[in-house]
Write a protein that binds this ligand. Structure first.
Ligand code: PHE
Length: 488
């Protein structure tokens, strides 16, 4: 109806100058006219220009007086011709009507407030305020002075009114032709597709947001790292066992049983099952011996090595536990060089703060071959890290129970303008490799780093709890971009 009214009017008239007046004249809700004009404008059947007007509307207080009369008139009406005591008058009207009514009626010189008696000073009064409020409610114009007075009493407030002036558009027609949005089987069968007018494609329409899953930043960075390792010819180690025995996590790595990392303050030990069932017995014997007495040119630690300690199950504290298992397996066959990597979860009993979590991911790489040197380690690290976009590296001597020499790895961060520690590395000790049964001239170079650290740097996240755990912002996960390492 609104559509016919607009298009029909424009057929005979140049312009609808004011959609508000047009709606009132035709008895149509202005909102309906607005919606139709917007739609017709979209199809360019009409051209519409915005009109904005400041309009006055009644406040809640104004609405009350428009219905019940102004407080001054209510008060006046409550005063009988012979007058009334203040107390009685107060009892007859609302407290707010009494207060406002008295002051307005005094101002208008309608009443006299004597010490004892309140009495009328005039015979009759008109409720001008009520009349003005009703006019505003009906959209009628009133004098500027009256507007000011009502505004001052907070009975009316301005409101922006929006409407349109409307003219014919380039596609104007007295009736809108329904355009087809789809070509159906019926259209083809009936052959009416020849006559149909089709709606044009809107190539700039935004599509539906995709409902699919989203990869977590850690998974995206992990995928990139995996690609780098594979390109460098590394094989992935099986890391799908979070539970490990102390033997593989610590003992075979020549980590003494009194080492502070083996304390329950640093490591999560399992309650059930609390111990491992099987260990390779002859290898256990060689590990015990190297801890107690050394051998292979080492003096060992000279303490009483306890099997019970090695049996204890724990959540692996580093993926080097997997590397030790893999190297042991390698030693059981005729020797062949290997390059291994892993990226998976590890657990440490640590206080959680903005840079530490009790579980995180480690990236680990190792190369096992005859006659490798520290130079090979440095070379591999340069190759690996430059593929991550970190080509400026520095090394600092460090200590690990299972590597000698050991080096912390630092990279120059162009954004932070400083050297940041990015990982740890070293050459596995003979006390670790020889009891496994690897040939004497086989050396293993290895390094490890966290996955969280580079991910946080890449995604500009400064609190690890925003990246991992129950406080992660899922919106952020959905929106963040794909990751391409080493490309600026
Ligand atoms: N396992 C070490 C860590 O947890 C990393 C590392 C791996 C160091 C291999 C040297 C060699 O920090």
């Amino acid at each position: 109806m609104a559509e016919d009214a607009v298009l029909g009017f424009l057929e005979k008239n140049e312009e609808i100058s004011d959609s508000g007046e047009f709606a009132a004249e035709h008895g149509i809700d202005h909102n309906d006219i607005v919606n139709i004009v917007k739609s017709l404008h979209g199809f360019r059947l009409v051209d519409a220009q915005d009109i904005k007007r400041e309009k006055w509307v009644l406040t809640d207080e104004g609405k009350i007086y428009a219905a019940a009369g102004s407080p001054e008139v209510q008060l006046f009406s409550a005063i009988p011709p012979e007058g009334i005591s203040r107390e009685e008058l107060q009892r007859k009207v609302d407290p707010s009507v009494y207060k406002i009514g008295c002051s307005q009626a005094m101002k208008n010189k309608w009443v006299e407030m004597g010490k004892q008696l309140v009495s009328r000073k005039v015979q009759n009064v008109d409720d001008k305020v009520k009349d003005l409020l009703l006019k505003i409610q009906d959209g009628e114009a009133i004098e500027q002075d009256d507007i000011e007075a009502l505004k001052k009493r907070k009975l009316i407030a301005p409101q922006i009114w929006k409407g349109y002036s409307v003219r014919k558009g380039p596609n104007y027609a007295p009736k809108r032709k329904k355009v087809a949005t789809d070509l159906t089987r019926e259209n083809l069968q009936r052959g009416d597709w020849k006559e149909l007018e089709f709606k044009e494609y809107n190539f700039s329409a935004k599509g539906q947001p995709t409902e699919g899953g989203h990869l977590h930043p850690l998974l995206k960075v992990r995928q990139q790292l995996k690609m780098i390792f594979l390109q460098m010819g590394f094989e992935e180690m099986p890391t799908n066992n979070f539970v490990e025995s102390s033997f593989w996590n610590f003992d075979v790595l020549f980590q003494p049983q009194q080492h502070p990392a083996r304390d329950s303050h640093d490591t999560f030990f399992l309650q059930a099952p609390s111990t491992t069932k099987t260990l390779p017995e002859d290898y256990v014997e060689r590990v015990k011996r190297v801890h107690e007495f050394g051998g292979y040119g080492s003096r060992g630690y000279g303490y009483d090595w306890k099997r019970e300690e090695a049996n204890k199950n724990l959540l692996r504290t580093h993926t080097t536990a997997v590397s030790s298992r893999m190297l042991y397996l390698l030693a059981q066959k005729p020797f062949a060089p290997k390059k291994y990597f892993s990226i998976d979860r590890v657990f440490r009993n640590e206080a959680v703060d903005r840079t530490h979590l009790a579980e995180f991911h480690q990236i680990e790489g190792l190369v096992c071959d005859r006659g490798l040197t520290l130079g090979d380690l440095i070379g591999v690290l340069h190759d690996f890290f430059s593929r991550l976009g970190m080509s400026k590296l520095r090394f600092k001597p460090a200590y690990n129970p299972y590597t000698e020499p050991s080096m912390e790895i630092f990279s120059y961060h162009e954004g932070f303008k400083k050297w940041v520690e990015i990982g740890n590395s070293g050459m596995f000790r003979p006390e670790m490799l020889l009891p496994m049964g690897l040939p004497e001239d086989v050396r293993v170079i290895a390094w490890g780093l966290s996955l969280e650290r580079p991910t946080m740097i890449l995604y500009g996240i400064d609190n690890i709890r925003d990246l991992f755990g129950h406080k992660v912002d899922l919106g952020l996960i959905k929106k963040n971009p794909i990751c391409r390492l080493g490309i600026d």
